[in-house]
Design a protein around this ligand. Structure first.
Ligand code: FAD
Length: 401
């Protein structure tokens, strides 16, 4: 589908910093509304790093609105259930994802991050915008006119943006620093090893997420097809340590020894170069998302832990809300930014705090507490959980009756 220019007369010049999921989809959504968009990325090419993402129905709604749902679905699995087990394989209950999809009127899709990025970039090219790679932003500097200048690492200074969107991620966002002073993420005391597994013969008979819980340890598997899945092995770690790839497999095999099948096979058969070790950080929620003509979105504004399952989904939602607000703007950029923050802060904050709470139940190291957590899960009415998720994840979007 070709990019549609809805507001052809609008010529606001918008510059987006960072071409991750949030930057790319925001560029598409804004270009579709007729804005003049440039997007800068420090990497030399589209990143193939990372494992996978579930686009939950709230994100699928936005992908559908932007005409990309079919392309994403072609490369995705459609998980029907999320099953929880103890590290000994005891059934702890399951969440009916098909039911969630039905309630929210949109599918949940499991996809490799690199595939999602490829769909987004090719759509952006269709819209007539190319990512400007190899452009690292060093800092933003305010001026008396209120128009912020972008200082690139190569010495170039650009003063031409009417609006600057900081989509430069959670770890050292230049835009968050400009807007808020502090851009330091908070280490949350656990490591995630992530990887992509491809089997030579079908191994996943159903597209079901499997989530195994131990004491201070967790292993999750998200199939995309009968032969392909992405996975994450997590473990509590009070301090940030080294990253030594040669130790990844022995460490993982020792941690998840005797855990249920197929965890050991997945670890052994995932190529080492496809495994990444992440010391997991999030951000304390902040209400200050804009200053002058700069707004932060995605992880730069509200980076939740991966236990939320919503990092990319919330960045995708940001794009939809921002494009809508800018399309209907009454000439005041500040009121657009204020409304965006007012609208997005409560939902993203509740997701960030919920993810911390869930992470602390997964990664605390007390055996009794873990036993209680598992019993609670067994006794949970997952039908009610689905209702709560549908309500929370739909909020702010026209998708849940
Ligand atoms: C390499 C990578 C792999 C990931 N893998 C997974 C995964 O497997 N599963 C998952 O759920 N989530 C993953 N994530 C996180 C997930 O994509 C994000 O939480 C979510 O999509 C929010 O996206 P974002 O665009 O706000 O931030 P990000 O996806 O972090 O994108 C930020 C972009 O800004 C660029 N950037 C940063 N600083 C500068 C600068 N100074 N100048 C120019 N460019 C800059 C970065 O290179 C990056 O491309 C990954 C993120 C990255 C960057």
């Amino acid at each position: 589908m070709l990019c549609v220019k809805i507001v052809s007369e609008s010529k606001l010049k918008i510059k987006i910093l960072g071409a991750g999921v949030g930057g790319l989809i925001t560029a598409i959504a804004l270009k579709e509304k007729g804005f003049d968009v440039d997007i800068y990325e420090r990497n030399m090419q589209r990143s193939d790093i990372g494992a996978g993402i579930v686009c939950w129905p709230n994100a699928s709604f936005v992908l559908k609105e932007l005409g990309m749902l079919e392309d994403v679905a072609l490369l995705s699995g459609m998980p029907v259930k999320m099953r929880r087990f103890s590290s000994k394989g005891i059934d702890l209950g399951s969440l009916n994802i098909s039911q969630l999809d039905k309630k929210m009127g949109n599918p949940s899709l499991s996809i490799l991050r690199k595939d999602l990025m490829a769909v987004l970039e090719s759509r952006l090219i269709e819209c007539g915008v190319e990512v400007q790679y190899g452009k690292t932003i060093e800092k933003l500097v305010s001026s008396e006119s209120g128009l912020t200048s972008i200082h690139f690492e190569n010495g170039v200074v650009d003063n031409s943006a009417d609006i600057i969107i900081g989509a430069d991620g959670r770890m050292a966002s230049v835009a968050r620093k400009f807007v808020n002073g502090n851009n330091k993420p908070v280490y949350q005391g656990f490591i995630n090893w992530i990887g992509i597994y491809e089997a030579s013969a079908p191994i996943f008979s159903n597209i079901e997420v499997s989530d195994y819980w131990g004491v201070g340890e967790r292993f999750g598997i998200v199939p995309i097809s009968s032969t392909k899945a992405y996975w994450a092995g997590g473990v509590a770690a009070p301090k940030i340590g080294e990253k030594n790839p040669l130790e990844y497999k022995p460490d993982l095999l020792a941690l998840f020894k005797d855990w249920p099948t197929p965890i050991e096979t997945i670890i052994r058969e995932t190529p080492l170069e496809g495994i990444n070790k992440i010391y997991v950080h999030d951000h304390n929620p902040i209400e200050t998302w804009h200053r002058d003509n700069v707004l932060v979105i995605g992880d730069a504004a509200h980076a939740p832990l991966p236990t939320s399952g919503q990092g990319a989904c919330q960045a995708i939602e940001d794009a939809w809300h921002l494009a809508k607000l800018l399309e209907n703007n009454d000439g005041s950029i500040e009121s657009v930014f204020q409304n965006f923050t007012k609208n997005r802060f409560p939902k993203t904050t509740s997701i960030t705090m919920g993810a911390r709470q869930f992470a602390s139940s997964l990664f605390h190291t007390d055996e009794n507490e873990s036993e209680i957590r598992n019993e609670n899960s067994k006794n949970t009415d997952y039908g009610l959980v689905v209702n709560g998720m549908a309500k929370g994840w739909s909020s702010g979007l026209p998708i849940y009756a």
